[in-house]
Ligand binder design. Sequence first.
Ligand code: WTA
Length: 660
Amino acid sequence: MANGSEGGGGPAIENYYLEERVFEPSEEFRAGAVVGDRSLFERAEADWEGFWAEQAAGLDWFEPWETVLEWDLPFARWFSGGKLNVSHNCLDRHVAAGLGERVAFHWVGEPGDTRTVTYRELLAEVERFANVLKGLGVVRGDRVAIYMPMIPELPVAMLACTRIGAAHSVVFGGFSPDALRDRINDAEARVLVTADGGWRRGQAVALKGNADVAVEGTPSIEHVVVARRTGEAGGPTTMVEGRDHWWDELMAGAGPDCPAEAMEAEDLLYLLYTSGTTAKPKGIMHTTGGYLTQVAFTHRTVFDLRADTDVYWCAADIGWVTGHSYIVYGPLANGATSVMYEGTPDFPDKDRWWDIIETYGVTILYCAPTAIRTFMKWGTEFPERHDLSSLRLLGSVGEPINPEAWMWYRAHIGGERCPVVDTWWQTETGAILISPLPGITACKPGSATFALPGISAEVVDDAGEKVEEGGGYLTLTRPWPSMLRGIYGDPERYRETYWSRFEGRYFAGDGAKVDPEGYLWLLGRVDDVMNVSGHRISTTEVESSLVNHASVAEAAVVGARDDTTGQAIVAFVTLRSGEDPSPERGEELRAHVSRHIGAIARPRTVVFTDELPKTRSGKIMRRLLRDVAEGRALGDTTTLADPKVVEEIRRLSTASPTEE
Ligand code: WTA
């Protein structure tokens, strides 16, 4: 992308990934080959709409639905006419069933402080906070932005929104003020809920400070609610009179009872912004009845949940969809007991995770391959000195898991008794769509196996023809209850992004391979979206940020294979004339992106080059740059005009371009 230009061009669909990562399973790689009761699949195949209606009936409805599905491709309405409330389903009905004293969250803070929250306590806080929101003028149909660390107040704020019928938009606490501002403005949120700070590897990160910068440019925000977390350690917190309020002070003045609004099944539940192939993040819309039905169903079946005895830990951040669906809504809808952890795996030491599992007797662990590969690198001594015998099931999500990591996870963390469920899904799908079912599906390490009951996934070739065996593009052939209902404010972009590449099919953006036994192997993104530690970051977003810097003429960003994080961000940068490459300039650019988008988007490597390989029509050939980035060991910091790299790029740039 060039400085001053808009970028342009749709997603380039390349066959690039499809040749890679081929893993031929052999007998010894097979694990847990018990093929159990397949009746769930059979029922779903016989009548998939009826199957979903059966699952929806497991929730409490204030009024029954009239139609299961109205499908006007690509717009779906599930359980139309039905009325329900998400917080009622996650809290009140469990308390009413006598489960009020069951623990909803065993919360562990990064500094080691802990809190136990029962269902009764969670309901009480949610009702009170719902009244706080009402007191600030929030009404049904409004949007509330939430920018918080992983503290119990975060699920409280989300559930309080659902209670009164306001949609939330949670923005990951690692995002910059710019990113927060853009998301608030797109959603036109009236209230922002944040905290004074959050703990990150022993440091207090000033969330309120970031929020203040963001809110300067958000005309819709009327009030900011601030939970106390880091206190003095994060430095002084400035409170703007009339606009800013301390969480605890508002709670003290709020009434204890707040009835749950009867929401329409298709009312907006939340927005969650995700990276696509353009610089502007998309506000993915999830609605009420179908979403809750499917997250509850998948959480119960994929994790083989025994809610009265399991201690379940999803080690994601609630700022991402994994946390929305599998820390908050799925587990709570099922009355599960969860662990919620504020920190990272390596702080204060490499024993923290295993301490948590041992202390709480965690039975189900759900995390990302990046974490697993990091643990592999650290070695077995850390898990080995803990009693992890409580674990009975392991899950993986966010990126393709390589067979080696899958097998290591099972051998050294769970033990041979534990099935491993590799779960494929997306922000847009809302819930897990492809995964083994424990005790039912025979696993192959590295394969997400098959679509779940009720889901129809097919791999197709360039022409949209079904591939029976081999590589292609992953598509879904019919609607599912927790599917996104659109992109906020942009129905055309919704159709164009997800439903236009292949006629009548949802295209997920992922490449996949079908093996001779019909198993699905996810191969990674085939568009310009990178997957770094399970986080989706668009190449265009990072390029836009780079070319915003006064010194940059042109930038091309690629995701290069990385043994730990899946992909790493490598930026090829051409400086404006008169600007000289230097290690300091490289650092400055990395810091610039980090400030602009957030630390997760900081390029691992900045390569300065005076040319970029382009097609005849002037499109940068990222694929070639990815080859360059993967073909040599680019260091962790700036590679300052590495002569070999520069020479290779020059060769590519001058070679007669054949690709359009
Ligand atoms: C990738 C995260 C392989 C995929 C839940 C998808 C996976 C993107 C898997 C969605 C998996 C997720 N195997 N790849 N089990 N799970 N992905 O929206 O590329 O943050 O399109 O949702 O992550 O990322 P998102």
